[in-house]
Design a binder for this molecule. Structure first.
Ligand SMILES: *[C@@H]1O[C@H](CO)[C@@H](O)[C@H](O)[C@H]1NC(C)=O
Ligand SMILES: *[C@@H]1O[C@H](CO)[C@@H](O)[C@H](O)[C@H]1NC(C)=O
Ligand SMILES: *[C@@H]1O[C@H](CO)[C@@H](O)[C@H](O)[C@H]1NC(C)=O
Ligand SMILES: *[C@@H]1O[C@H](CO)[C@@H](O)[C@H](O)[C@H]1NC(C)=O
Ligand SMILES: *[C@@H]1O[C@H](CO)[C@@H](O)[C@H](O)[C@H]1NC(C)=O
Length: 503
C-alpha cells in the first residue's frame, strides 16, 4: 500500500476539499474487448497487515510489532497488527475467499521474523514454515498460483540494532533470507518479489521518520536505504540465477510503487514531468531495467550539485561502482508496478523544502486535479489514464519489459455496497486492456487487497478489501462486498463488465 505524496501536498489538498465527484472511467479505446487468454488476475495482501499471531509459535518481533506497541498514539485508532484478520490461524477461510473470486494467483508476503527468528538463518521456526507450506499447498491444490513477496515493510527488529537498511551488511542478511526462501518454498513458488515499495519503506522509515524504524535523515538515509535495497534485490536475483533457476524455473522481480505525472497547463515546464517520473519510477527502474545499471542521470547530477553546494565533498546519492552496475543491470525477470493514482507536478517558484531533502533534490510539488474522485484515503484519487500513460511510458523507455501490476486499489468506509470501488476496478481494468491493445507487455493485474487489514499508520480506519472483515467478530468472517462480486465477474468473463451486480 502506498502513500504517495510529500508533505507539501497537504496544502494542495486543502484547496481541493470541495472537489467535484465525477466518474473516472475513460472508456474502451478500440481493439479487443477481451483480455488475452494468458492474462492473469490476482489479489494481494501482506503478512503484518493480515496475519496476526504476532508472537505465536516462536515468531520474533518485527519493527512493526515494536513500533505499534511502543507508540500506539502514532496509529489513527491506536490499533496494531497483533491479531488483524488472523490469517495465521485461518488459512482455510482465506482460501475460501480466494476461490470465490476465482483468481489465478495470490500475492502474499512472508514474515521474515516468523520463519527466521534469528537473522543469521541458523535457527529456523518450524511452525512458521509449516504455516506457509500449508498456504502454498492449498493454493496449488485449488489452482491458484502463489506469488510471494519476501519483504513487505516488516523488517526483523533484531536487524535494527545494526541500523537496518543503513548498514551494508543488510545485503548479506537479505540474500541469506532469500536463499532460505528459494530452498524451502521454491519447488512450488515460481513468482518471487524481492522488495515491496522500497520508495515508501525508505522514505518513511529512513527519511521522514513516519514509519519504523523512525530514522529522521532526509536526503541522506533515504538514499542509503534505497541503495542497499537495490543491491540486496540484485544479489538475491543473482543467487536465484546461479543456484535455483535451472531446477526451479521460476521468475524473480520487484514491486515498484509509482504514480504518473501531468502538467496542469503548458506554462509549467515539461521538465517537471520528467522529474516526477525519474525521482519515483526511475530511481529503481533505471538501474534494473535501463541501459546503464545506474541511477537516473538527472538524479545523479542534481544530488551531486546540491551536495557540493552544501559544502560536502561527495554526493549524498551513493555512487554505484562499475561492478555494482553490472550486477544490478538486468536483475529482474519482470517489473512489478504498484499504481494507485497520478498527480499534477509543478516546479516551485521559490524554495519550499528543507535542505537537504529528497523534496529539495527533486524540486517538484505534486497536487491533484479538482475534478478527480477521491477515496477515503487523502492521498488516493481515481486517475486511470495515469495507469495507461505510465504503462506506455514503460513500454517505450524500458524495451517493453514484461509488467505485472502488483497492486492497484481503492479505500472506502465499511460499507458492502461499494460502488466507487467497482468504478475504480472497472476503470483500471479498462486502462490495462486499452494498453494491451496498444502492444504493452502487461501480463498480471493484482487488486489491493483481498480483505480489510491493518493499514499501517491509519490502523483499521481505511478499508481496501474486496471482502470486509469486522475486527471485533470472533470468527473474523470475510464478507463479500459488491466489488468482490464485480471482480469475480470480470475474471470469469475476461472482459470489463458493466456495473450492475446482483447483491
Ligand atoms: C523494542 O525493541 C527494543 C530492542 O530492539 C526492546 O528493547 C524493546 O523492549 C522493544 N519494545 C517493545 C514494546 O517490545
Ligand atoms: C553493521 O552490522 C554489523 C553486523 O552485521 C555490525 O557488526 C556493525 O557494527 C554494524 N555497523 C553499524 C554502523 O551499525
Ligand atoms: C496556467 O498557469 C499560469 C501560471 O501559474 C496561470 O497564470 C494561468 O492562469 C494558467 N492557465 C490556465 C488555463 O489554467
Ligand atoms: C514481453 O516480455 C517477455 C519477458 O520479458 C518477453 O519475452 C516478450 O518478448 C515480451 N513481449 C513483447 C510483445 O514485447
Ligand atoms: C449502501 O449501504 C448503506 C448502509 O450500509 C446505505 O446507507 C446506503 O443507502 C446504501 N447505498 C446505496 C447506493 O445503496
Amino acid at each position: 500500500m502506498k502513500v504517495l505524496f510529500i508533505t507539501f501536498y497537504s496544502l494542495a489538498l486543502f484547496c481541493t476539499a470541495l472537489a467535484q465527484d465525477k466518474e473516472c472511467y475513460q472508456g474502451h479505446k478500440g481493439g479487443s474487448t477481451s483480455f488475452p487468454k494468458s492474462f492473469n488476475y490476482g489479489v494481494a495482501t501482506s503478512a503484518y497487515q493480515i496475519e496476526g499471531g504476532w508472537n505465536a509459535d516462536g515468531k520474533a518481533q518485527s519493527i512493526w510489532d515494536n513500533y505499534t506497541h511502543t507508540y500506539p498514539e502514532r496509529i489513527a485508532d491506536r490499533s496494531n497488527g497483533d491479531d488483524a484478520a488472523e490469517s495465521y490461524s485461518r488459512v482455510e477461510q482465506d482460501i475460501e475467499a480466494l476461490k470465490k473470486l476465482k483468481v489465478n494467483f495470490y500475492r502474499f508476503s512472508i514474515s521474515w521474523s516468523r520463519v527466521l527468528p534469528e537473522v543469521t538463518t541458523k535457527k529456523k521456526n518450524r511452525k512458521g514454515i509449516t504455516y506457509y507450506n500449508k498456504l502454498i499447498d492449498l493454493l496449488i491444490a485449488n489452482n491458484i498460483k502463489p506469488m510471494v513477496t519476501m519483504f513487505h515493510y516488516d523488517m526483523p527488529q533484531e536487524l535494527n540494532q545494526y541500523n537496518g537498511f543503513m548498514n551494508s551488511t543488510i545485503i548479506d542478511y537479505f540474500v541469506s533470507y532469500a536463499d532460505f526462501l528459494f530452498k524451502t518454498f521454491g519447488d512450488r513458488v515460481k513468482l518471487w518479489i524481492t522488495h515491496n515499495e522500497p520508495y515508501v519503506f525508505c522514505s518513511k522509515g529512513y527519511g521522514e521518520a513516519a514509519y519504523p524504524p523512525l530514522v529522521h535523515s532526509p536526503g541522506v538515509g533515504h538514499y542509503i536505504c534505497m541503495d542497499h535495497v537495490l543491491k540486496s534485490h540484485a544479489m538475491a536475483y543473482r543467487k536465484y540465477q546461479k543456484k535455483y533457476l535451472k531446477e526451479q524455473r521460476g521468475r524473480v522481480g520487484i514491486a515498484i510503487d509509482t504514480g504518473f505525472y501531468y502538467l496542469e497547463n503548458l506554462t509549467i515546464p515539461y521538465e517537471a514531468v520528467e522529474r516526477g517520473i525519474q525521482y519515483n519510477l526511475g530511481w529503481l527502474a533505471e538501474p534494473i531495467f535501463g541501459k546503464t545499471g545506474n541511477y537516473p542521470a538527472l538524479m545523479r547530477a542534481d544530488i551531486e550539485r546540491n551536495s557540493l553546494k552544501e559544502g560536502s565533498s561527495e554526493s549524498r546519492l551513493p555512487v554505484l561502482s562499475k561492478k555494482w552496475q553490472n550486477i544490478i543491470k538486468g536483475s529482474a525477470d519482470f517489473m512489478g508496478i504498484n499504481y494507485f493514482g497520478a498527480t499534477y507536478v509543478d516546479i516551485p517558484a521559490s524554495p519550499v523544502f528543507e535542505i537537504p531533502s529528497y523534496g529539495y533534490d527533486s524540486n517538484i510539488i505534486q497536487y491533484p486535479d479538482a475534478s478527480w474522485r477521491r477515496a477515503l484515503s487523502n492521498w488516493l484519487y481515481c486517475v486511470p489514464e495515469g495507469l495507461e500513460d505510465l504503462l506506455k511510458w514503460i513500454r517505450d523507455n524500458y524495451n517493453n519489459v514484461e509488467v505485472m501490476i502488483t497492486e492497484n486499489g481503492w479505500s472506502t468506509d465499511n460499507r458492502l455496497n461499494d460502488s466507487e470501488r467497482i468504478d475504480y476496478i472497472k476503470a483500471h481494468l479498462q486502462a490495462v486492456l486499452n494498453v494491451i491493445n496498444e502492444g504493452c507487455n502487461v501480463t498480471h493485474y493484482t487488486y489491493w487487497t483481498l480483505f480489510d487489514n491493518f493499514e499501517w499508520n491509519m490502523g483499521y480506519t481505511e478499508k481496501f478489501g474486496l471482502f470486509s472483515v469486522d475486527m471485533a467478530d470472533k470468527d473474523k468472517k470475510r464478507v463479500m462486498r459488491d466489488s468482490a462480486k464485480y471482480y469475480a465477474k470480470a475474471i470469469e468473463s475476461r472482459k470489463v463488465p458493466e456495473l450492475e451486480v446482483d447483491s
